[in-house]
Ligand binder design. Sequence first.
Ligand SMILES: Nc1nc2c(ncn2[C@@H]2O[C@H](COP(=O)(O)OP(=O)(O)O)[C@@H](O)[C@H]2O)c(=O)[nH]1
Ligand SMILES: [Mg+2]
Length: 462
Amino acid sequence: MYYTRDTIAAISTAMGGALNIIRISGMQAIEIVNNITKKDITEQKSHTTKINYILDRSREEIDEVMITVFHAPKSFTTENVVEITTHGSPYIAQKILTLLVESGARIAEKGEFTLRAFWNGRFDLTQAEAIADLISAQNASMHRIAWQQMKGGLSQKMKALRQDLIHFTALMELELDFAEEEVEFANRTQFIHILKNTISFIEGLLHSFRYGNALKKGVPVVIIGKPNAGKSTLLNALLEEEKAIVSPIPGTTRDVIEDTLTIEEITFRFMDTAGLRTTQDIVEQLGVKRTLEKIQEAEIIIYVCSANPRGSEYEEDIYQAYQNIQVYQKDKKNAQWIILANKADLYPRNEVQSFSNVPVLFVSAKEKQGISALKVLLLNIVRQFLPDFQTDLILTNQRHFDLLFKTQIHLKNALELFHQSVSTELISIDIKHALHYLGQITGDISTEDILADIFTNFCIGK
Ligand SMILES: Nc1nc2c(ncn2[C@@H]2O[C@H](COP(=O)(O)OP(=O)(O)O)[C@@H](O)[C@H]2O)c(=O)[nH]1
Ligand SMILES: [Mg+2]
């Protein structure tokens, strides 16, 4: 993905709407479009929109359009940009694109407009990535995080961190230059202080990824319990559709069935699992194994139990559920458990209890009683563990996470070396590595591979 100075064109809207927008960017943008318009646009003022007509090669009118002109450098890409708004016919849009190509434009690659904007310094890489996140945001919280990142929230922090470390290496190099004279320009305690601060800041960011990732993909909620407790019925009640097969035959659900649901600003990813029991059936055994794996992924685990069929008493089952949970909790920390006492239509109960930190909620999945109370509970749990979006930075991007993770390893190494009073020369190697990875986050350091990886995830015309 080299930056070239040719003029690119693409249909920027999704087909099927009332209007289409064709975007053209590059040195020749205005001249190329001018070749196919009835009225001259070379004199059209920047940032104005005018009615015009598109003509085909035999000077026949194709469509009445609106043409907006942006003169470099005040445009999205910082190049000359023209936008043609047409009537929403896919035929017209394609036809105009063809005419533009015949006049000298090239069809843009995925994300090429944004790539050009990045190359020309309109924003850094995290902001370009935020544009993609903003487009794909499915809920209010993801939208807020993407918006913050697009405004430069993350970039500013990354730049500040980099500045600190650059300053730091500069002082160390100075020290090296004067090594013979045994001058110590940089105060070691000050170095250690800066390093420690940086490390703990990055620690916080790395930690936030757990939530950021959960928010992006949907907070993972796993529904477990004995066969026939009503797990699949619950999934269907939550999603308000018949997603999972419900039957009175124990062991019906074998694979994990999952779907997302957005409740207010949070998206949840519900997973219905095979009931937990020892079984001779090989397929069911595999199902149970997958259930246990899913528990490891979960942020919230709903343990469904129902009153035992012998009587109206829930106590026994709930207590058993709680005991099981304690066993699981040993190797699965940090997840919130909920006991759902199902089939409350048969044995009416509606109070909420709790075992220390595990709330117990009575519902009827079949009759859809208590489902909204469950949704409220889920929302409250997530809101509690989430950092404050307004003020805190939240990592949502795997690439950023991986790079910060690598940065952190080198910074911790450097700190360790400082403590061992190792020579400045050796320590500076780690700091340089850390700087390298930090620089990749914002794109101050980038390679073709990194850029291709990011921008090919965009759509054409963006
Ligand atoms: N009365 C009553 N029956 C239910 C309720 N929830 C599920 N069932 C029934 O219990 C049986 C097992 O349900 P299912 O969702 O397949 O259980 P799973 O094995 O845990 O997925 C089915 O016959 C459901 O109709 C409920 O709230 N009340
Ligand atoms: Mg089931």
